[in-house]
Design a protein around this ligand. Structure first.
Ligand SMILES: Cc1cc2nc3c(=O)[nH]c(=O)nc-3n(C[C@H](O)[C@H](O)[C@H](O)COP(=O)(O)OP(=O)(O)OC[C@H]3O[C@@H](n4cnc5c(N)ncnc54)[C@H](O)[C@@H]3O)c2cc1C
Length: 401
């Protein structure tokens, strides 16, 4: 079909691609640019899907990353409902689902992640996964008539949805293999704190339990557990993580890294010199952490989009941003953290977990690798400095917090 040339092609419709587009124009890039996404809408923010979109003002909430006219004003050609089916890195072409072939000078792969699913047999109704706004609208509509909801998983997403549904008045049970929500990622102290918050709002927690399968006739009516127990359910929400969407990259022959993301160097360049990657799909060598990382947080995806944009323009500066994440549990609690809290071997707590104002500092071999805080946001700046400086005299540094 049509054979159009663009200097830069952005593939994917999330914050990473949107941020790259903005950074390119901000830096004065005046070449041609197109963004191709398989979504119905231009890039939007996903975090409200588990929060505001399940709340009372859901319909009025605006998720767009850029205002509607930003794209035309900045001369970025938008191809919505246009999955890129294949990428030929030798010919520098991308083929869209409608058959359009785009020739590109350089490309960014920002294809994000896909939800991890559980087998549901022939059941077609009542089992929810949250990735796009329509998923939240459907869940909210069903929650109005639901008496009991079962949340599968002890992830951020499951915990946020449990809080949001409980705030809507639904009876919620969470099922997870961990001893408490997020205990595996952030330790028993944080896990027990969150369990306490949820229990105080009448969320039932079944920890150390796993789902064996679902029951129902067409629509789910219960959840069977490995322990033999059966939980009645009017609806189920599964929040057991996401996997990087590397289908297009793998088909194009790009190298995939050990974390399952597209393998990139420290500037976010892939194994193909004219193709960069950013966001949830990108595994990169972090010069700050001295190892390979893949992170699934919105702020990080936006920051990587900006780094990749600079790379597309030939700037070889490495990506140095320390990953940042926040989570809101209805309006009861806000947790923020910096650094990926993986591979830590010791933790320290300042403040009081019981009072809900605390910071947990995660250490590996005497160095700070991450920190999670509730109610002490100024500790985040300290944590960023300590992670970046790789200091080992943490006793002195933490004594002043
Ligand atoms: C429900 C939910 C709640 C979240 N809450 C938080 C939170 O509170 N805080 C936080 O920091 N992070 C949160 N996250 C994570 C955050 O949203 C992601 O880290 C962020 O969206 C990643 O952006 P991205 O641009 O890399 O990918 P995505 O947002 O996944 O966007 C990728 C896009 O690429 C498109 N695409 C994929 N393949 C193709 C193709 N072949 N052709 C064309 N288009 C393609 C996809 O359809 C999608 O639009 C949440 C995520 C979800 C799902």
């Amino acid at each position: 079909m049509t054979d159009t040339h663009v200097d830069v092609l952005l593939i994917g419709g999330g914050v990473a691609a949107a941020s790259a587009a903005a950074e390119l124009r901000r830096r004065g890039f005046d070449g041609s640019m197109a963004l191709a996404t398989r979504e119905l809408d231009p890039p939007y923010h996903r975090p409200p899907i588990t929060k505001q979109l399940l709340g009372p003002d859901a319909e009025a909430y605006d998720l767009a990353v850029h205002p509607a006219d930003w794209w035309a004003d900045n001369d970025v050609r938008l191809h919505t409902r246009s999955a890129v089916l294949s990428l030929d890195t030798a010919a520098h072409t991308a083929t869209l689902a409608n058959g359009t072939v785009l020739r590109y000078g350089r490309a960014l792969l920002a294809t994000g992640a896909m939800v991890r699913r559980l087998p549901a047999g022939s059941l077609s109704g009542g089992i929810h996964y949250l990735r796009v706004p329509a998923n939240a609208h459907k869940l909210r509509a069903e929650a109005k008539d639901a008496d009991r909801a079962v949340l599968v998983g002890g992830s951020f997403l499951a915990t946020e949805v449990a809080a949001s549904l409980a705030a809507l008045g639904t009876r919620v049970t969470m099922v997870m293999p961990e001893r408490a929500p997020l205990a595996e990622a952030f330790g028993a102290g944080v896990g027990d704190h969150l369990a306490g918050l949820l229990a105080a709002r009448d969320v039932e927690l079944l920890c150390g339990e796993q789902v064996a399968g679902f029951t129902g006739n067409g629509r789910v009516d219960g959840v069977g557990l490995v322990s033999g127990r059966r939980l009645p359910a009017d609806l189920v929400v599964v929040g057991i993580g996401a996997v990087p969407d590397t289908k297009l990259a793998a088909k194009a022959g790009l190298r995939i890294g050990p974390t399952g993301g597209i393998a990139c160097d420290e500037t976010l360049r892939t194994s193909e010199p004219d193709v960069f990657a950013a966001g949830d799909v990108c595994e990169y060598h972090s010069v700050v952490h001295g190892r390979r990382l893949r992170v699934e947080h919105e702020h990080h995806a936006a920051a990587q989009g900006a780094t990749a944009a600079r790379g597309l323009l030939g700037d070889p500066t490495p990506h140095r941003e320390i990953p940042y994440f926040w989570t809101d549990l209805a309006d009861w609690a806000r947790l923020e953290y910096v650094g990926p809290a993986v591979d830590w071997d010791a933790e320290r707590v300042t403040g009081s977990l019981a009072a809900g104002r605390f910071t947990v500092w995660y250490l590996r071999q005497g160095r700070l690798v991450a920190a999670l805080t509730s109610g002490r946001p100024s500790d985040l700046a300290t944590a960023r400095d300590l992670i970046a400086s790789r200091r080992t005299d943490l006793d002195a540094a933490l004594a002043t917090t």
